[in-house]
Every structure is written in C-alpha cells, then in structure tokens.
Design a binder for this molecule. Structure first.
Ligand code: SAM
Length: 328
C-alpha cells in the first residue's frame, strides 16, 4: 500500500493539513481499486484466456480422435501431446493424493490427540466455562431429527451410539429428547469425552475412548447391537494411507455399522459426487476426505440408503430393511 501511495499524484498523498484520515483511506482505496482492475484486465484475464484456449484445443484434439470425428491438421498434431499431458496430469494428481493420504493418516491423529489443536481450548477451562460451552453447542443432527422424523425413526427407549461424538453436540440433544434411552458416545479424544462426562447427567450415558478405524475398537463398541448409529462430521476424517486403502477402510467401517445396527445409520457430513475419495488440506494437521458415500451403500445389503440435506450439511440415512419406506 505504501508503495502505491508513493507512486500516485501529489493530490492523493496524505497531507495532515488538508486531508482527514478517512480521505486518505478512500483515496488509497480508489488507487488500489484502479491498479487491481488494470492488473486484472491487462494481465490476469489475458493469461487465463490463453490457458483456457490451450486447454480447449488439447481437450478437443482428444475428443475428436476418440469420437472418430473428421480431424483438421492442428487437431491431428495436438492429439499425442494432449494424451501425454492428460496422463501426466492424472499420474501426478493420483500420486499427490496418495502422498496426502499418507501424510494426514498420521496428522489427523495428532490433531485430535492429547496435545493437538482439535480440543486445545477444552482441557484448560474451568468448570463453569465448560458447562457453558457444553450447553451452548449447536447440534447438526437436530435439524435432521426435526425435518425427517419418519426416516430417522428415533424413539424414546431406543439405543444410540455416536462415533466421533466430540464434546457432545448431538449427545446433549439426544439426552434431552430421549430420557429412557441408552446413549453411547465414542471418540478418540479424552478431553472431549471428559467434558461430556462432566456436563451431561443423562442416566443412560456411556462414554468410550477409541479409534473407529481400528476393527477391534469399533467392533467392541458395536457388540450386542444398537438401534441407531450416528456419525456427524467424522466420516470425512476417516481414511487410510492411500486412496485404495481409504476405500477399503470406509467400506469395512460401513459394513460393520449396517451389520450391527437394528434401525438406522445416520452419517452427516459434506459429501461429493466424485467417484473416488479425494483428500484436501484443511489445516496443517487436518486433512478432509470427500467422496460419494451412496456408492458404498450400493454394495451393502439389508436396507436402503437415502440422501437428505440441511443448509450446513448432507446426511446419508441407511434404514435397515426399510420396511414401509418408498423405493428409490
Ligand atoms: C469435527 S468433530 C465432530 C464432532 C461432533 N460429532 C459434531 O457433530 O460436531 C470430529 C470428531 O471425530 C473424532 N474422531 C476423529 N477421528 C476419529 C477416529 N478415528 N475415531 C474416533 N473418533 C474420531 C474427533 O476426535 C472429533 O471429536
């Protein structure tokens, strides 16, 4: 900003005798705006148009050949470089994804571990602050409970298990609405579990620390069966050391859930329509995976899966045996 101010005509320069601080802000804002518009129009847009035009020619060269359409000379010349670039891009993209999976498979555990950033603020706070935090939390599950009660089929007396319950955002709502239910919270992080244990006085509350990606830990939580399993913004954190390992792990987890559950599995998260899991960096020590969750359920039997939306999330609801619910 300083550099820009020095370069503008004298009238725009701050003069404490003639200009107020607001004048200066407005003027330098205007200059910044002019420079930004000029840079966009004269530098960025032409560069972007050039890359789009190159990409269009390469894509078209592949398209023409694959569809066996009549090809002009430039299309014929471009075909081989176009295929080479496509393969290189795909190869590099896949390799980069696998390296990210490998990196974040460890780092996510650190993020939610004892000294990770995940629950840094929870451990140190005093008891009134902890209670305020617990009671002030909002639940993403609540919206789906209110809007899709027939689909979720939650009833007082049913048993619930939330994998990745965190500080009990959903546990609090389940406890309030279903006083006769057994509600189990399961999470990796001890500080989060301690907060729920301290602040929630529901009679049927059970809390367990564990890692859902470990078969023994997951199966022992599911032993004996449960009416409803909930997973809320946790599925996107579950992945293996590669794309392939992630697909297998996710299928194994969902298989165990649909096998053990008696009524519904509710997975709330942000999903994508891409066919294969894709990881992105969200924080230094937290990677997030999105993929098309419904396709896993296609491979799983004994029920039907539905997708429903809120303004903040999506949910895939698997209904065991789905008696009385419409075909999809
Ligand atoms: C984004 S928080 C979601 C918390 C809560 N369910 C909600 O709706 O706000 C994700 C939670 O999943 C837990 N988590 C992450 N990986 C886990 C794993 N492998 N096993 C068990 N819990 C895990 C984290 O400790 C964290 O509490």
């Amino acid at each position: 900003l300083k550099g820009i101010c020095h370069a503008v005509p004298r009238d725009f320069a701050p003069d404490p005798l003639r200009h107020t601080a607001n004048d200066f802000k407005m003027n330098s804002g205007t200059v910044r705006g002019i420079v930004a518009r000029w840079t966009r129009r004269c530098v960025l847009d032409p560069l972007l148009r050039l890359t789009i035009s190159v990409e269009a020619s390469l894509t078209d060269a592949r398209f023409v050949r694959r569809q066996q359409l009549p090809a002009d000379l430039s299309s014929r010349i471009l075909f081989y470089p176009a295929v080479a670039i496509e393969r290189l891009n795909r190869g590099l993209g896949d390799r980069r994804q696998d390296l990210l999976f490998d990196r974040y498979a460890d780092l996510n555990l650190v993020h939610y571990g004892p000294s990770g950033r995940g629950y840094q603020a929870v451990a140190g706070s005093d008891s009134s602050e902890r209670l305020r935090r617990y009671r002030g939390q909002s639940s993403r599950l609540e919206y789906f409970m209110d809007c899709f009660p027939e689909l979720l089929n939650f009833n007082n007396g049913d048993s619930f298990l939330e994998f990745g319950c965190g500080t009990g955002q959903n546990i609090r709502v389940l406890a309030e609405r279903f006083p006769a239910s057994r509600i189990t919270g399961f999470d990796l992080n001890q500080d989060a579990i301690n907060l729920v244990r301290e602040c929630e006085d529901h009679d049927g509350l059970v809390l367990t620390r564990g890692d859902i990606t470990l078969e023994d830990s997951r199966r022992s939580a599911l032993a004996g069966g449960v009416d409803h399993v909930v997973m809320c913004h946790t599925f996107s954190l579950l992945f293996g050391r590669s794309r392939l390992a992630t697909e297998q792990l996710r299928l194994n987890i969902l298989f165990d859930l649909v096998t053990a559950v008696r009524k519904t599995v509710v997975v709330i998260d942000t999903f994508s329509g891409v066919e294969r899991p894709k990881i992105r960096i969200e924080q230094k020590q937290r990677g997030i995976v999105s993929d098309d969750l419904l396709r896993y359920f296609v491979k799983l039997q004994n029920g039907r899966a539905y997708t429903v939306h809120s303004d903040r999330s999506q949910a895939v609801v698997f209904v065991k045996d789905a008696l009385g619910l419409p075909e999809i």
